[in-house]
Write a protein that binds this ligand. Structure first.
Ligand SMILES: NC(=O)c1ccc[n+]([C@@H]2O[C@H](COP(=O)([O-])OP(=O)(O)OC[C@H]3O[C@@H](n4cnc5c(N)ncnc54)[C@H](OP(=O)(O)O)[C@@H]3O)[C@@H](O)[C@H]2O)c1
Length: 377
């Protein structure tokens, strides 16, 4: 097995960037990018998996490369698949194209797709795994987490004042964060398969939850499924902005809720109530979304629902936008999360900080979660 040349490392960096273009569009599949180098190491073809059911990244890149793939190297962010799903196996396509070498970043943990590296090696192709694996896994963290945990990846975002409040004492909350932070939230929404709010937020804010990105037309942005968790079916009413035609909507109600008034307004999912707790069973909610091919969720709050997700250990990552604003009174970013003493505090590992206009964006991961990347093989 040869060691990756600098040209392959550079190609992998580009493949990771290409992969990210698919975020929010490929579920239940991963995002994948591929660069095909010709036998002299020059770029011959590039591609990424653009949408579920469409060609995989390798196929796009091989098509672009044509005959120049023969004797060349395919650089791909995920181990090429070995199975025939809606499209044929990529391992076979790479063999047929005559590539001499395949370099991939992350091994495929999906039991139905794994084995591509072995198939390629058995066909006499030089195969190397693990190049820039951490960076590629970070780009695919939602999908990798969903495979590992059997439920969608949950990213909780909130915007708070420097003293940790998400609204003033009178309930006004627009706007605490800067336009730059709010634009960044739209980027997070576009990368997610679903956005979730609780009934309290639906009642207080009548949010629309769609994606708007400056400079992009409506058909260029991917809109996530909008989900309102409304146990009693009392928060969402005809005319609510979340029911406009921008994106699909799902209202999660209790099995015993009187929801006849919602028939025809939006699809409903009936879920069991949380045993002994408030509202709906959150594992059941995530399962229902998983069953609808949702692999990544942006939890937009509010504090009551966020506290329940945290208490259930169902938050994989936190993005907090802290505005240099003080209120002194008003609800905190998180409601009751079942923590009563400091020893139970949920501690986080900060993975990124950024300035967005006047605000500070902090990205953090709960410390009890193991990194979701499977072992390389
Ligand atoms: N700054 C920010 O980032 C941000 C983001 C979002 C919201 N907010 C603010 O937050 C405020 C609303 O927050 P909120 O805490 O009142 O409401 P919330 O968290 O949006 O909704 C809470 C409600 O969700 C329902 N629910 C369903 N299943 C649940 C479960 N398993 N656990 C807990 N709740 C469940 C419950 O009502 P049912 O049982 O009736 O369904 C519960 O009362 C508004 O002022 C809004 O502006 C701020």
């Amino acid at each position: 097995m040869a060691t990756s040349a600098p040209v392959e490392t550079a190609a992998m960096r580009r493949a990771i960037e290409f992969a990210a273009r698919g975020l929010g569009r490929t579920s239940p599949n991963p995002v994948v990018g591929c660069v095909v180098l010709d036998s002299a190491g020059r770029t011959a073809g590039e591609g990424w998996h653009q949408r579920a059911g469409g060609p995989h990244a390798e196929i796009h890149a091989l098509r672009a490369a044509g005959d120049r793939a023969r004797g060349g190297t395919a650089v791909v962010t995920l181990e090429p698949c070995n199975h025939t799903g809606r499209t044929g196996p990529c391992a076979r396509a790479l063999i047929d194209a005559g590539v001499a070498r395949v370099v991939y970043a992350v091994a495929d943990p999906n039991p139905t797709a794994t084995g591509g590296a072995l198939t390629l090696a058995e066909a006499g192709i030089d195969v190397e795994g693990g190049l820039l694996a951490d960076a590629a896994a970070a780009g695919n963290e939602a999908w990798l987490t969903s495979v590992l945990r059997g439920r969608p990846f949950v990213l909780w975002k909130y915007a708070a004042t420097l003293d940790g409040r998400i609204a003033a004492a009178d309930g006004t909350s627009r706007w605490i964060s800067s336009p730059e932070s709010r634009a960044d939230v739209h980027r997070l929404r576009a990368a997610a398969d679903a956005v979730i709010v609780g009934s309290g937020t639906a009642r207080a804010d009548d949010p629309q939850l769609g994606v708007r990105i400056a400079g992009l037309d409506d058909d260029e942005v991917s809109q996530p499924l909008r989900v309102v968790v409304d146990s009693g079916a009392t928060a969402v009413k005809a005319g609510a902005r979340v029911l406009d035609g921008t994106a699909p909507t799902l209202i999660a109600v209790a099995e015993d809720a009187a929801a006849a008034h919602l028939e025809g307004l939006a699809p409903l999912v009936r879920l069991p109530r949380a045993p002994g707790g408030r509202g709906l069973s959150l594992p059941a909610l995530l399962q229902a979304l998983h069953d609808r091919d949702v692999r990544s969720v942006l939890l937009e709050g509010g504090p009551t629902l966020a506290g329940a997700f945290l208490a259930a250990g169902l938050v994989d990552k936190v993005v907090g936008y802290l505005a240099p604003v003080l209120l002194g009174a008003g609800p905190a970013a998180v409601g009751d999360a079942g923590i009563t003493t400091l020893a139970q505090a949920l501690r986080l590992d900060v993975t990124d900080t950024a300035r967005l206009g006047p605000d500070l964006r902090i990205t953090a991961t709960p410390l009890h979660l193991h990194h979701a990347r499977p072992e390389e093989n």
